[in-house]
Write a protein that binds this ligand. Structure first.
Ligand code: NCD
Ligand code: ZN
Length: 338
């Protein structure tokens, strides 16, 4: 029996790894089933850090998914100049992604200190590009890496007062509180996994490599702070899935890369969290409005339809194991239109 039904403006995903080649074809349909537009992360091999790579990658994505709008980001390289930033904007980028060197998958060539990129940040501020930050201090202990990055975000916000900054995928109550207190130029993306899971879902029983990501999922109090921020109605907290699939064989290799493939269950998990907190009426703003407004983009015109009916998350999608594989869920996407 269908207990409930809802139609939302088609969502944006402001943090998505669409991968390349066969992996892209295998995973992107799990996003386009409900998502009209996404900010595409640039940590491919080679990275998306030149205008020609931006154009080629966008073309690859458009070919695979004509009903989907990729918003392009570039990977900030320590040597990048202001002129390169201007060319990347001309190629259609809306954001640049700052990865501290070694912080996550394919970030070995990232930035060691923001002192290396002062001219680049000035250029991004000048050109109206959004700075997306993987905010973790890689040399610090894993569970406090995000907390120790908060002062870096605060410093960038003070030095570049017109630069729009997104502190990506918040995982701690400290970062949630810090962003809420920062100026209106600073926002944050929140993921389904950080608002619904805890470290026990990763290593509380047997180790689950499919729930291993950076930043690592933390304590119940952190999960609750992320969920509370999502339903708060504060427009500076918006949806970015950080769906980051890795093939099953790689996840089981004994050298599992961080990244959770949450796209197949993302809308279901978000709906369950919002319903549990009595805020289903605020879900549309979180997934379809606040991010677009922060990025100064028009809102999507299509819709996504969901129903409340028990279903089971897939065990596997084309060789990729999703978040909550095989678990019972309550809300389900039935169609995306327009
Ligand atoms: C991402 C990936 O696999 O590309 N992994 C992750 O754990 N989130 C990279 C990232 O965004 O950190
Ligand atoms: Zn990511």
């Amino acid at each position: 029996m269908i207990a409930a039904h809802m139609v939302l403006r088609a969502p944006d995903d402001f943090h998505l790894h669409v991968r390349q080649g066969a992996d892209l074809k295998a995973c992107l349909p799990s996003s386009t089933a409900w998502c009209a537009r996404a900010l595409v992360m640039p940590n491919t091999l080679p990275p998306v850090s030149t205008p020609s790579r931006v154009r080629a990658y966008r073309e690859e994505i458009r070919k695979a998914a004509p009903d989907f709008q990729p918003l392009m980001s570039f990977k900030i390289m320590p040597s990048m100049t202001g002129d390169e930033v201007s060319a990347l904007k001309d190629a259609g980028c809306v954001a640049g992604k700052l990865y501290p060197a070694g912080a996550t998958t394919n970030a070995q060539d990232g930035v060691s200190s923001i002192d290396q990129i002062q001219d680049l940040l000035s250029a991004m501020e000048e050109w109206g590009l959004v700075l997306c930050v993987h905010g973790e201090q890689p040399e610090d202990p894993i569970l406090t890496r995000e907390i120790s990055y908060i002062p870096v975000i605060e410093k960038i916000a003070v030095h570049y007062p017109r630069l729009r900054i997104v502190f990506e995928h918040l995982s701690t109550k400290e970062a949630v509180q810090a962003v809420a207190a920062m100026p209106s130029t600073v926002a944050a993306t929140l993921t389904p996994h950080h608002m619904a899971l805890t470290i026990d879902d990763v290593i509380g029983g047997n180790m689950n490599p499919y729930h291993f990501c950076k930043p690592v999922i933390k304590q119940p109090s952190d999960r609750d702070a992320v969920a509370a921020a999502a339903v708060s109605g504060n427009p500076r907290f918006f949806f970015g899935s950080d769906s980051a699939p890795h093939p099953k064989a790689s996840k089981l290799s004994g050298n599992a890369l961080p990244g959770i493939f949450c796209a197949p269950v993302a809308m279901s998990v978000v709906a369950e969290v919002f319903e549990r907190l009595g805020a289903l009426d605020k879900m549309e703003d979180f997934v379809s409005r606040f991010g677009a407004e922060f990025y100064t983009l028009p809102l999507n015109s299509g819709t996504v339809e969901m129903e409340k009916t028990p279903w089971q998350a897939p065990d596997e999608v084309n060789g990729f194991v999703p978040m909550l594989a095989g678990a019972g869920l309550r809300w389900r996407v039935i169609r995306r239109a327009g």
